[in-house]
Design a binder for this molecule. Structure first.
Ligand code: PLP
Length: 439
């Protein structure tokens, strides 16, 4: 083992502030060690454990952030690591960025180990949009080929298919489904929509709208039996609830790491099943010698090394808690507001409350109140940040329900959840002030 002084000599400026930030990681690890003999569900209700986690973040608590699903704040140590790598890079960018980039292979291996794939199948990207567009635009498709997706897939991904339809004359079939629905229902809807010309199935692991969970492994098997490729939008899955990529059996999986892994913004990954790497075109051109190399999807020109380097600290923080504990706490927070509201006849909960279906992403509407106005009311009166969902027309998402999407995170307090419940009860009892806009 290197002594601290020898370590600093070897790494130069790169080592110092990360070492200074360690106590916070140590306190989270110590808190986890102290509850190691209890189930994740028991720990989910232990406020003293979650106090240690809350202290690891630096949120603005004059606001209540229930839109962590967009992208989440990073824990302090992750933000410190980012700043440290940025400072280091700025000393002499070409030199220090290349030093940092030499270590990115370690980040790839750590991500692959956490999410369950071979490191040679995992490209580090800037977000889920980039990852999924590599998969979508990287397919050789010709006029008349068909892809099957859903009306509730992510707007940017639907737009990507719409552009391919305009450019390459492929046919895009969009399945509709009620929410919440069952895995079996979703499976059957896809099965019915497949034709001999279907080349791709594209669907979410869980949707951004209601957190509807999809039967990823069953759909992947169905597709593979018929020579069809599967692209899974995993933007809301990674580090949100437990799973391993290899168990999903899909061909591609794209995620954002600035959502549930709490990385600095600008992080994601793309999983590509090994046999598909060579036949997938990268979004930005790569040399022919890279054809079978997962790194060809990372050829994006000059970009910050610091952002990807900080993934290592976010992973260490995530692992110090453990995904089972995290998922159980997120579910506990969701059930706390959902159970408090659900008996009111005007409340519509659009997410399943069954075990194993929903964690930190739930959607709730009030009959007779526009969801965008409700979101504005939450902000105006209670300083609660949520997002109001109202369906649109193709190529946008199409759905016939309305609601607030509520995404707490592991630093959210019970008081914040209870304030949200009180705000909903206020809206139910008194309606919204006439001046509330739907902006
Ligand atoms: C289901 C889904 N897919 C893709 C994306 C795109 O993620 P990003 O904006 O991080 O690229 C999002 C973002 O919210 C999403 O919810």
């Amino acid at each position: 083992m290197l002594s601290r002084r020898a370590f600093l000599r070897t790494t130069g400026a790169l080592g110092t502030s990360v070492i200074a930030a360690r106590p916070s990681l140590a306190s989270v690890s110590a808190a986890s060690a102290a509850v190691a003999d209890r189930t994740a569900e028991e720990v989910a209700q232990d406020e003293s454990y979650w106090r240690a986690i809350q202290e690891a973040y630096a949120p603005d608590r004059t606001l209540i952030n229930l839109n962590n699903g967009h992208h989440s704040p990073a824990p302090r140590i992750v933000h410190e690591a980012l700043k440290h790598y940025l400072d280091s890079e700025n000393q002499l960018p070409v030199y220090y960025a290349s030093l940092i980039n030499r270590n990115i292979e370690r980040v790839r291996r750590a991500l692959a180990a956490e999410f369950g794939c071979d490191p040679e199948e995992l490209a580090i990207t800037r977000n889920a949009s980039e990852s999924l567009q590599i998969a979508q635009d990287g397919q050789d498709l010709k006029e008349g080929d068909e892809i099957v997706t859903t009306d509730q897939d992510y707007p940017r991904m639907l737009t990507t298919w719409d552009q391919r339809a305009r450019r390459d004359k492929i046919k895009v079939t969009r399945i509709q489904f009620p929410v919440p629905t069952t895995q079996q229902d979703l499976y059957e809807r896809f099965e019915k929509a497949i034709t001999p010309r279907t080349k791709v199935l594209h669907f979410c692991h869980v949707t951004n709208l209601t957190g509807q969970l999809f039967p990823v492994q069953r759909l992947s098997r169905l597709a593979r039996e018929r020579g069809i490729v599967t692209i899974v939008d995993g933007a809301h899955a990674a580090a949100h609830f437990p799973f391993k990529l290899r168990d999903l059996e899909c061909d591609y999986n794209g995620t954002s790491l600035h959502k549930w892994l709490c990385c600095p913004v600008g992080n994601g990954f793309l999983y590509v099943r090994k046999e598909n790497i060579a036949k997938t075109w990268p979004l930005q051109a790569a040399a022919a010698r890279q054809t079978s190399d997962i790194r060809k999807f990372e050829e994006i020109g000059t970009s910050p090394a610091a952002t990807h380097a900080a993934i290592a600290e976010a992973l260490a923080f995530h692992q110090a808690i453990g995904v089972e504990r995290k998922a159980a706490r997120l579910r506990y927070l969701t059930l706390r507001w959902a159970n408090a509201l659900k008996s009111n006849p005007r409340i519509r909960i659009h997410s399943s409350l069954e075990p194993g279906q929903t964690w930190g992403l739930g959607t709730v509407g009030i009959d007779g109140i526009d969801a965008r106005a409700l979101a504005q009311f939450m902000m105006d009166k209670y300083r609660i940040v949520t997002v109001g969902l109202v369906g649109g027309q193709p190529p946008a998402q199409v759905y016939d329900y309305q609601g607030l999407r509520v995404t707490p995170n592991i630093y959210t307090t019970l008081e914040e959840i209870d304030t949200f419940v009180a705000a909903m009860e206020d809206a139910l009892r008194n309606g919204l002030p006439k001046t509330t806009t739907t902006a």
